[in-house]
Design a protein around this ligand. Sequence first.
Ligand code: ADP
Ligand code: MG
Ligand code: ZN
Length: 629
Amino acid sequence: MPTGKNPQNSGQNDMRMLISFIIMAVIFTSVLNIFMSAMTTRKATEITYTEFLQMLTQKQVQTVEIQADRLVITEKPQQNEEENAFYGLRARQYYTGIVDDPQLTDRIIASGATQYRAVENNSPILSFLATWVLPFLLIYGISGLILRSVMKKMGGGVGGPMSFGKNTAKIYAQKETGVTFADVAGQEEAKESLQEIVDFLHKPERYTAIGAKLPKGALLVGPPGTGKTLLAKAVAGEANVPFYSLSGSDFVEMFVGVGASRVRDLFKQALENAPCIVFIDEIDAIGKSRDNQMGGNDEREQTLNQLLSEMDGFDASKGVVILGATNRPEVLDKALLRPGRFDRRVIVDKPDLKGREDILKVHIKDVKLTDDVDLHQIALATSGAAGADLANIVNEAALRAVRFGREKVEQADLMEAVEIIIAGQEKKDRIMTESERKIVAYHEVGHALATALQKNTQPVQKITIVPRTMGALGYTMQMPEEEKYLMNKEEILDQITTYLAGRGAEEVIFHTVTTGASNDIEKATELARNMVAQYGMSERFDMVGLESIQNKYLDGRNVRNCAETTSAAIDEEVLKIIKQCHQKAIKLLEANQPALHKIAAFLLEKETITGEEFMKLLQEEEAVALQKA
Ligand code: ADP
Ligand code: MG
Ligand code: ZN
């Protein structure tokens, strides 16, 4: 559905391009011709006319070709040369100058040789065409193609879904997106606040009649993969208006001024096609705050300024709505966020339990399922997953069903897909020694026992010692019974203990430690640190906020807000928590050695055991163990 406009200011540029093509083609053709003539003359040896006559009388000549300026003589193949000729090797050639010899034809006939006159030399035009024009055209065409594709890659904008002017990035224009709010699940609040924009695009008169001004722009904010791009398309789809989208990074080019002119073009296009949606994805690429750190970036600033002035300039009553999306709202320039620009902020956060279930339903619509599929359980197991992850899980499950030659997707496929997303593919061909497998088994059972024997923990879902591609040699999967939004201090401490119990089991049984606990240590330390620095859960610092989170929607890095010495004190507190939990884990496991041995042996045999199998074994080992803990 491209609605292409003719390039206006690209004429000059095209002219320059044409000239450089021609120069290139001429050079190439000359080189080609010099090369070719060198090739052909090298084959023939020059002889005198007398020598030629001698060859004729000795009947050594096969053919004589009379050219404009020379005679080309081909020698008869000698005995053993016949074979050569058979195999495609050329007979020897000589040439000599033209002498005014009226008897030449008679002599040639007498010697039994054939004579002919080269035809092409009669037509200098043809030969010129063959040696110059044809190669020129070929080279012109090929180099033109190559150059064009290079220019396109550099963002020169030849073709693409839509072109306007030479400095056009790929604007993605769609008459109908085909996406509606029904395709976006679990973002009810976001949909609600965007509904008004949809209404406005449907019937702008209703709003203008009262004198209401509608927001010019809304900013969709949230972590990657939560459906921001999808929502923007859905707004266009619901309102049934064209959708123009460009990614923020498309504006940022090497040359100052290019981005700004792209912004100008984009808005010009949009106004001509109003009502419509203009969507700028990843807007932080241009909208970064201008006053941050070292030096400015002229190009970005110009682009941003252009964007600001365009947003001020256009008349919203025409029905153009600008949507932006970002996962780093905190770096955006304040000027972008003030009223009259992106004055609405729509939070598109990671979905909750119900949201995840709804998203799974949307994506599993066209997948054939067996009756045992329970999406609620999958939603429980995927706490923290974004919409894109869930879409991915459904697809992985379908792929797995195909791999096993089944026609329907089972619950097991979905559960395995969840694990693939969390831990990577199974890596069955990794060979571990028997003693390594034993250590891994005890380590995992250590985690599982700590979970089962403490009060404030989540039940065990599965224990496995099949290695995964993302590095885990085995793991214990816990699954919440319900979604929780708060964690209390006891729960955090029990979770830390659970993390440390893997290493604890190694110590209790093998009296040594391995490198296998590094990931557990990292997670346990992070939790302990957050307790002290962010959650106000230590005696020593009471409720002082010592760290804050930056880039909340991305990796969520912690930033320290306190003095060096305080920082050292935080480390001490963290150490205290970790030590306590480590001791607790060891005590717990020492008291339950029989269960540890029994379950580890079972795991070594089966490689994977379910949460139910685990609980059954634990109960057989009787409640004494539970009371001792
Ligand atoms: P973002 O722009 O926030 O990074 P996208 O909109 O590109 O994320 O989402 C990527 C894909 O994930 C979508 O195409 C869709 O298949 C799936 N997805 C994400 N969120 C949702 C949702 N809320 N409902 C349905 N599908 C979703
Ligand atoms: Mg996106
Ligand atoms: Zn572990």
